[in-house]
Design a protein around this ligand. Structure first.
Ligand SMILES: [Zn+2]
Length: 365
């Protein structure tokens, strides 16, 4: 992974390139921002640039060192990630290989993994030795907020007396999950959500996704390339039909809603229900675009579900009035409530009530 292969993130890349150019790298960086936007990919690119055999190339991608960083086999690079306390070498290699394959993919094959103090001690031990290839060391702590309290304290000591020629890169989606004293000792680099255009182009270029599907998925990915590649694994059309069915169920007035929520819970786990709710957001987004723009307007190009334009038109037309603020707010709050682990059927019952209040229908949709 070289800088050129990192999708978007021009701001972050500029900061890092400038530091490399002037030989002013910080001892420690904190890459923070939403998930799936390229923090780990950029950390790997920075590692490559630091250790590249060709001076001033920002990581040529071709020298032996660059190739070893790309395959995560470089003796001076450590990539630490949340894992069970007992992680055997084979399993570790497996995960590293998956990072090599796709640095934008999700890292968590385990429930409640941690970065343990042993991992930090190993880093400290490494940094007391000379680097193997003489160009320094790079340690990447992915999802650093998963450090245990002991690990965080050990890392803090390391940051207080930074070892020479070692660059530490922490990544996190949750800065508040780190000790403030750690945060303040790192140079912070913010990562932004990607644009739909950036995701679309990346899907076409890297995954050979047909243009129309790439546009659809990019629109649904909410700025995260990770979410986009997760959508590739699923049948978007089917999921969307199910989301529409969920909406129909939600606004049907003549139902036993407690029972309904029970049925919906059978749809899948929390993650799945969250996906449906995100799809509902994309439908409301489009309905709002159509309502605001009128049917013949050019704004149709702003639709996420552009391939369902006729259905969306009918949907909008079936209601006397849609209170978008209420509807979108209700769905967003439900997603937040699911994240907070509230009981799924309760979340859905409340959501349905609010949706029925927000959508006043004329006829059947
Ligand atoms: Zn190189």
């Amino acid at each position: 992974m070289a800088f050129a292969q990192v999708i978007g993130q021009e701001g972050a890349k500029r900061v890092l390139r400038r530091a490399l150019e002037h030989g002013r790298l910080a001892h420690a960086y904190l890459f923070f921002g939403p998930e799936g936007v390229g923090k780990e990919a950029t950390a790997l690119a920075l590692a490559q640039a630091i250790l590249c055999e060709k001076q001033g190339s920002y990581g040529c991608g071709e020298c032996a060192s660059c190739r070893k960083v790309t395959t995560l086999t470089h003796p001076d690079v450590r990539f630490v990630f949340p894992a069970p306390r007992e992680l055997d070498a084979d399993r570790e290699r497996e995960i590293l290989d998956s990072v090599v394959q796709e640095p934008y993919a999700r890292l968590r094959p385990w429930a409640n993994p941690v970065i343990s103090i042993e991992r930090i001690r190993a880093i400290r031990h490494d940094s007391s030795l000379k680097s193997f290839e003489g160009r320094g060391r790079v340690v990447i702590l992915a999802e650093a907020d998963a450090m245990t309290a002991e690990a965080a304290n050990a890392l803090l000591k390391l940051l207080e007396e930074p070892p020479p020629a070692t660059t530490l890169i922490l990544t996190t989606t949750m800065v508040q999950g780190l000790l403030p004293t750690i945060v303040s000792r790192c140079q912070q680099v913010r990562f932004a959500l990607l644009s739909a255009q950036e995701i679309e182009a990346a899907l076409i270029q890297r995954r050979q996704v047909p243009a129309e599907q790439a546009r659809l998925i990019a629109g649904m990915a909410n700025g995260s390339y990770r979410r986009a590649i997760e959508w590739l694994e699923q049948d978007v059309n089917q999921r969307r039909d199910e989301a529409i069915e969920l909406l129909r169920t939600a606004i049907r007035a003549d139902h036993d809603h407690v029972l309904q929520a029970e049925q919906l819970r059978a749809l899948g786990d929390r993650a799945m229900v969250k996906e449906y709710l995100r799809l509902l957001l994309s439908i409301f987004h489009d309905a709002l675009v159509l309502t605001a723009a009128g049917p013949e307007s050019d704004n149709r190009r702003m639709l996420i579900n552009f391939d369902r334009c006729d259905w969306l038109q009918k949907f909008v037309g079936a209601f006397e009035q849609i209170d978008f603020e209420q509807a979108i707010g209700a769905v967003e709050e439900s997603i937040a409530r699911i994240d907070r682990n509230l009981e799924l059927s309760l979340v859905l019952i409340v959501l349905f009530q609010r949706l029925r209040a927000a959508l006043r229908r004329k006829s059947n949709v």
